[in-house]
Design a protein around this ligand. Structure first.
Ligand code: FMN
Length: 396
């Protein structure tokens, strides 16, 4: 059986300690084995038993406590870690590590680990901006330690500014990305489009479609985890922005085209998962169209064919499209692949239940330029994304 990944979480004495409970809980939900080390100050805020219950492991707090196993705790914890996370990270722990101080269990274990160490700092704005703290952070970064940028907003002390612990879900994503084994898109620029576009009819009405953006967001997240620099061009969706991915929000077909053309030349892979409107209203009414007794006709005209444009301008990019079809799925998708000069197309039958728009699963056939058809069974959109990159990178 595959062993679960292990994350050692160092918890230090900041007011954001309670949020670290969420981080540990999220990691557990993602089947990560979590070992918590708390500093003495951290135990002033929350009792170790809480972390113990949530991590489902004993919590280590003291270097000289009665051993519960034969191992030397700081060495065994240092070795077991696939990733080492310090959240919240106080000014004190950052300063200690930056200056080689190992005077408690956490700082000693960090000194002994070969795992990637990620700090998620949380402190008062003035503390964070203090040049000593900033110098310590710079020094640690130059030595290969990772730092998440703190969030801004109202701090526990009442001040406004930078220094809040990053959102637990962002910390989770940062750690999961670090734990991901495949880094085969390192150095590549991947552009993904997602969601619907809208065409405005009047100041209160628009025409759009049922795309939720789930497929494109899953592809962007997969590309990020594999090490790519990802730009996600997103129509209006309710999906949470993936941490570590540059997101540009757009509304209309034209806006999506303008952004993608600016970024297209140096892209390595472009995946058009967005459901872009094919038609737009011929005339936009600046005033709200009043209800009348007669029926209303809105004339629609063809809008840009973004995929076709990209196909025509293609140089070395790998261009991937989607074909959401309700009939002759494979045939229509094949036609689109050729007509638009694509390298791959993902065909999905939108008449199937529990797949396609709005659902978390999808059932697709990947068709390659050379005419190969790879039919995938029903799987999560994230798994579809994983398979897609395996095909693009010619690993399956
Ligand atoms: C109520 C309270 C809140 C604190 N919040 C923070 C904080 O958010 N960030 C920080 O760096 N220090 C904070 N401190 C100060 C640290 O607890 C102190 O620097 C301590 O020595 C840190 O020890 P540790 O790094 O070993 O956990 C706070 C102290 C108190 C009493």
């Amino acid at each position: 059986m595959k062993k679960n990944k292990c994350v050692v979480v160092g918890v230090t004495g900041g007011i954001a300690v309670y949020k670290a409970l969420d981080v540990v809980s999220l990691l557990r939900k993602n089947n990560v084995d979590v070992r918590v080390i708390m500093t003495k100050s951290a135990t002033e805020f929350i009792a170790p038993v809480t972390f113990q219950a949530i991590s489902q492991n004993l919590v280590a707090t003291d270097m000289f406590s009665e051993p519960k196993a034969w191992e030397i705790q700081h060495i065994s914890l240092a070795k077991i870690a696939d990733v080492f996370l310090v959240a919240p990270a106080t000014a004190n722990i950052i300063g200690k590590v930056a200056n080689g101080i190992a005077d408690d269990l956490l700082s000693t274990t960090i000194m002994a680990t070969k795992a990637k160490v990620i700090f998620a700092p949380a402190m008062n704005t003035n503390m964070y901006n203090n040049p000593i703290v900033q110098e310590n952070i710079s020094k640690l970064k130059s030595l290969g330690y990772e730092f998440m940028d703190p969030d801004s907003g109202r701090l526990a002390c009442g001040d406004e500014g930078s220094g809040k612990l990053p959102q637990p879900n962002d910390i989770l994503q940062k750690v999961m990305c670090e734990l991901y084994d495949k880094k085969d898109l390192m150095g590549k620029k991947v552009i993904v489009t997602a969601g619907p576009t809208r065409t405005d009819v009047d100041p209160v009405r628009f025409i759009s479609n049922r795309s939720t953006g789930k497929m494109g967001y899953a592809i962007a997240t997969e590309a990020r985890d594999r090490g790519a620099k990802v730009l996600l061009i997103s129509g209006p969706t309710n999906e949470e922005k993936p941490y570590g991915v540059e997101v540009i929000d757009v509304i209309t077909n034209q806006e999506m085209l303008d952004v993608i053309l600016k970024e297209y030349d140096d892209a390595d892979i472009v995946i058009k998962a967005a459901a872009v409107a094919d038609y737009k209203a011929k005339e936009y009414s600046c005033q709200k169209i009043k209800k009348g007794d007669k029926d209303l006709e809105i004339e629609l005209i063809r809008d840009n064919d973004i995929l076709m444009t990209l196909g025509q301008k293609k140089k070395n990019q790998i261009l991937v499209g989607f074909a959401a079809e309700s009939q002759n799925v494979i045939e229509n998708a094949n036609g689109k692949l050729k007509k638009k000069n694509l390298d791959y197309i993902l065909a999905n039958d939108i008449t199937l239940k529990d797949t396609g728009f709005a659902s978390t699963d999808n059932k697709v056939t990947i068709i390659t330029r050379r005419g190969q058809e790879i039919s995938l069974h029903k799987m999560s959109k994230r798994e579809v994304a994983r398979n897609l990159f395996e095909v693009i990178l010619e690993k399956r």
